[in-house]
Ligand binder design. Structure first.
Ligand SMILES: Cc1cc2nc3c(=O)[nH]c(=O)nc-3n(C[C@H](O)[C@H](O)[C@H](O)COP(=O)(O)OP(=O)(O)OC[C@H]3O[C@@H](n4cnc5c(N)ncnc54)[C@H](O)[C@@H]3O)c2cc1C
Length: 426
């Protein structure tokens, strides 16, 4: 089949539901999935269908009412950015289906789904996983105490305020001091409530200094550093949180709302159920520079690979994957073959935390995204394989909540039969 041939619905076998065929099935209509779908549809990749479990396409930006999206030439609010991406995908010819959840695999490239039309199995010639990231709820953080109303993650808060216009309480404590924590504090204020404090167990904030200063001085919101939330108090409704400072002192902050922010993990359920190889550091699917996973015909893009990067990074990966998807549709060849992962693993040494893509083939060209556990001022990164230095590159300074970028100029020098490639700070 060429990549221009359309697919046709398959016959139902005895006792089975009909299997509908598409050329490319994209799971998730956030910036990554919509960008991939737009590019693929515009390039004539046949029937490109995007599934989105929410009622509206756009992913996380739908409920980020603040600016910070788009380009510096054309800055946009999150909802506007989401609408633009969805419009571009549809105009390019992609079919975006909302309210449809991909539940599980029903074959190597078949997905069992459920939506307004009921259950359905969709068979694709290529699948792009663009399921994003999710915030871990309070239970995952093991904060003891009662289970009162008024406990949110950032996403839950933003959806309640910006999408459903629900009241959230009057006095909120925000746990965290990263960009998303400050965005959550803005959302609390937009909802007409007061921010009692931002609380972090780190020694300082992890956002732009001007933003932190503005919040503290102009908004009068204190930042409690070296402080951990140890207990949630209240029955029915939250009445306060108990905090412990690093010197052992404890206190109760009276509040009726608490927002846990910034604890993201890739939404990797489908990848895990499908038995795709996951990277142990990112916890997302392991991919090479063409964003191919361990299963032939299955690709992954966006925050399912790295929780979480900026929307532009996710969208860029969506655009990038289109060429590899089209090449697969034409040739049906997967470089790793049966014994994947035979692509060389790519890993990092501390203080670097993770890198993605995390497999290398000599043809790779997509720049790598890395995170660090410690602040680094213009570090020199060294790439080595089996004691052989392949590349050295000085990159921009980075902090734990800001990513680093490393070019792929060295990938051609990798020995595909050699040991893992390591990236270290020299
Ligand atoms: C609070 C907050 C503020 C942010 N602010 C900014 C900012 O100012 N600027 C910026 O550039 N970035 C910002 N970001 C980051 C940005 O939102 C993400 O980088 C971007 O949304 C990632 O895109 P994505 O497509 O990978 O994932 P997502 O946007 O998460 O989209 C994934 C989509 O997949 C859907 N999905 C998941 N599983 C299934 C399934 N099984 N079936 C069907 N659908 C499924 C989800 O419903 C979701 O809509 C912010 C993030 C947060 C959380």
């Amino acid at each position: 089949m060429t990549d221009r041939q359309a697919a046709h619905d398959g016959p139902a076998g005895p006792g089975t539901t009909a299997v509908r065929l598409v050329d490319v099935l994209v799971v998730g209509a956030g910036p990554a999935g919509l960008s991939a779908a737009a590019r693929l549809a515009a390039a004539g990749a046949g029937r490109v269908e995007v599934l989105e479990r929410e009622r509206t396409a756009g992913g996380v930006p739908r409920h980020c009412a603040h600016g910070g999206f788009g380009t510096w030439r054309r800055p946009l609010t999150g909802p506007r950015y989401a609408r633009d991406l969805a419009g571009t995908a549809v105009r390019a010819g992609a079919v975006v289906r909302t309210g449809v959840t991909a539940l599980d695999w029903a074959g190597p490239l078949d997905l069992a789904t459920v939506g307004p039309r009921g259950p359905e199995t969709i068979r694709a010639r290529a699948v792009v996983l663009a399921t994003g990231a999710r915030e871990r709820p309070r239970a995952a953080r093991l904060v003891p105490g009662t289970r009162p109303a008024g406990v949110y993650t950032t996403g839950e808060l933003q959806q309640a305020v910006h999408l459903y216009r629900q009241p959230i309480g009057t006095r909120a404590v925000v746990v965290g001091a990263q960009d998303v924590s400050y965005a959550a504090a803005d959302t609390v204020r937009r909802a007409g409530a007061d921010v009692v404090a931002l609380v972090t167990d780190l020694p300082g904030h992890r956002t732009a200094p001007a933003r932190a200063l503005d919040t503290r001085l102009r908004r009068g919101v204190p930042l409690l550093t070296g402080t951990t939330v140890t207990e949630l108090l209240g029955h029915g409704r939250l009445s306060g949180v108990r905090v412990r400072h690093h010197d052992g002192r404890t206190a109760v902050l009276p509040c009726d709302t608490v927002v846990f922010t910034g604890d993201f993990t890739p939404e990797h359920e489908l990848a895990r159920h499908g038995g795709l190889t996951l990277d142990p550091r990112t916890r997302g699917p392991a991919v090479d520079g063409a964003l191919r996973t361990s299963r032939p015909g299955v690709f992954a893009v966006g925050n399912v690979l790295h929780a979480v990067e900026r929307a532009a990074t996710a969208a860029r990966e969506g655009v990038w994957v289109a060429d590899a998807v089209r090449a697969w549709l034409v040739a049906a060849s997967w470089p790793h073959g049966e014994a994947w992962p035979v692509g060389v693993p790519l890993t990092v040494d501390p203080p670097l935390r993770w890198i993605t893509p995390n497999r290398v083939t000599p043809a790779d060209a997509l720049p790598y995204t890395l995170r660090t556990a410690a602040r680094l001022g213009r570090p020199l990164l060294e790439v080595a394989q089996d004691g052989r230095v392949l590349h050295r590159e000085r990159v921009r300074g980075a902090a734990p909540d800001r990513s680093l970028t490393l070019t792929a100029r060295w990938a051609h020098a990798v020995d595909p039969k050699g040991g893992p490639v390591r990236v270290a700070v020299v």
